[in-house]
Ligand binder design. Structure first.
Ligand code: ATP
Ligand code: MG
Length: 379
């Protein structure tokens, strides 16, 4: 049987920007390299149509491998991948109709901006009229009509990257995949281009999978983020949910500063309360504590900004017990301070506060937090 392309070319088949939204379903996909190494271990991910999804994780965690599997550049050893309602696991790269942007742009430096954008349309055998109309639309979308006739080699890095994004979108791909597309650019330009990319994505509504190591970039751009480590997706959720309700130590630590307090054991009192025994003492867990744990929680996660200095030992059902600490170190970061404190047994906590709230190093202090800001995790 000859497999049909997912979407055939032709400017007349869709509306002005024309990119149709397709979801992606990665179902129990495993990628095993010829040397026996697993680049992806039994990975499932369901990205709804129109989502800006970021794959975020340390180097070697499998981000590029997952992106390549979606693109058809690497063949899964198990599992299936669907784009829209069509299973594409055994389709060629071309038949998947995907727009790519890689770190090194891969533009043709001697061709003009317009010729670069038009190139994939020629490959897809669009007519001259269709190509001219579409190239103009794309130049406007990426806000570069004024440099249409310049050779791309004469453009700045940021402009070249916009051309690469425009070229990837030109033939109306069903998905846009970007692998660290801004890695080579400086921070200010990355921010500018990031917001340009997000705007282009929102205007076209194209489902986008974006790879980065940069947590801040991921938070700013994404509808949803998949946190990856060791060839697995640990958690897939909105930036806020990931930050507020990490499901593991790794996710909690990867997305910012976190106090992780191991639970030695749990005591269930006759009154129905649950007390966690920890190195910081007995910590009551509130019914509304964040985090869904199946089985017994192993640790409590507290973000430094959820901890407070208080003047004296206080008791209140909304708050955890106050912990007696000594100020060890203060890191002044301008708008806020990160303060390391330790209890008598030498266990440390990180507290975020305003400069005016910090006692001098060596001073004694009391620290507490709202019971409901504790997140329970079991791995
Ligand atoms: N062709 C290959 N053969 C064998 N192992 C590979 C191959 N390609 C990648 N790997 C390994 O698979 C793992 C995942 O690689 P991948 O390129 O997906 O990581 P990544 O998350 O994109 O990392 P980075 O942030 O450094 O780009 C790594 O340990 C890598 O060494
Ligand atoms: Mg990579």
């Amino acid at each position: 049987m000859r497999l049909q392309p997912v979407v055939s070319g032709g400017a007349s088949s869709t509306d002005a920007l024309g990119d149709r939204a397709n979801g992606i379903d990665v179902n129990a996909v495993e990628v095993r390299f010829p040397n026996g190494y697993y680049g992806l271990k039994q990975t499932s991910l369901n990205i709804s149509a129109g989502t800006f999804c970021t794959l975020l994780g340390p180097s070697g965690s499998g981000k590029t491998t997952l992106l390549r599997a979606i693109a058809g550049l690497v063949t899964p050893s198990a599992g299936t991948i669907s784009i829209g309602s069509r299973e594409v696991t055994s389709l060629s790269v071309q038949a998947r109709n995907i727009g790519f942007v890689f770190q090194n742009y891969a533009l043709f430096p001697h061709m003009t901006v317009a010729q670069n954008i038009e190139y994939p349309l020629k490959l897809h055998k669009w007519s001259q009229v269709e190509r001219r109309v579409r190239t103009k639309e794309i130049l406007e979308l990426i806000e570069l009509p004024h440099v249409a006739e310049r050779a791309v080699g004469e453009l700045s890095g940021g402009q070249q990257q916009r051309v690469a994004i425009g070229r990837a979108l030109a033939y109306r791909p069903s998905l846009l995949l970007l692998d660290e597309p801004m890695g080579a650019l400086d921070r200010r330009l990355r921010q500018q281009l990031g917001s340009d990319l997000r705007e282009i994505q929102q205007r076209t509504g194209i489902t986008t999978v974006y790879v980065t190591h940069d947590q801040e970039e991921a938070f700013i751009l994404s509808d949803k983020i998949a946190i990856m480590d060791g060839g697995e997706i640990l958690q897939y959720d909105t930036p806020a949910e990931l930050y507020l309700r990490p499901n593991s130590r790794f996710v909690a630590r990867f997305l910012g500063e976190a106090n992780i307090i191991p639970i030695d054991n749990l005591n269930h009192t006759s009154a129905g309360a649950v007390l966690a025994m920890t190195a910081l003492g007995e910590i009551p867990l509130a019914a509304g504590s964040r985090g869904e744990v199946t089985g017994e929680p192993r640790s409590i996660v507290l973000r430094p900004e959820d901890l407070f200095f208080v003047k004296a030992e206080t008791r209140n059902d909304d708050w955890s017990p106050t912990i007696s600490v000594r100020i060890e170190k203060e890191l002044f970061l301008g708008s806020r301070c990160l303060v390391t404190v330790s209890n008598q047994a030498g266990n440390t906590l990180l507290v975020e506060c305003n400069k005016s709230e910090v006692a001098p190093c060596g001073a004694d202090a009391w620290v507490t937090w709202k019971r409901t800001s504790a997140v329970l995790i079991n791995r």
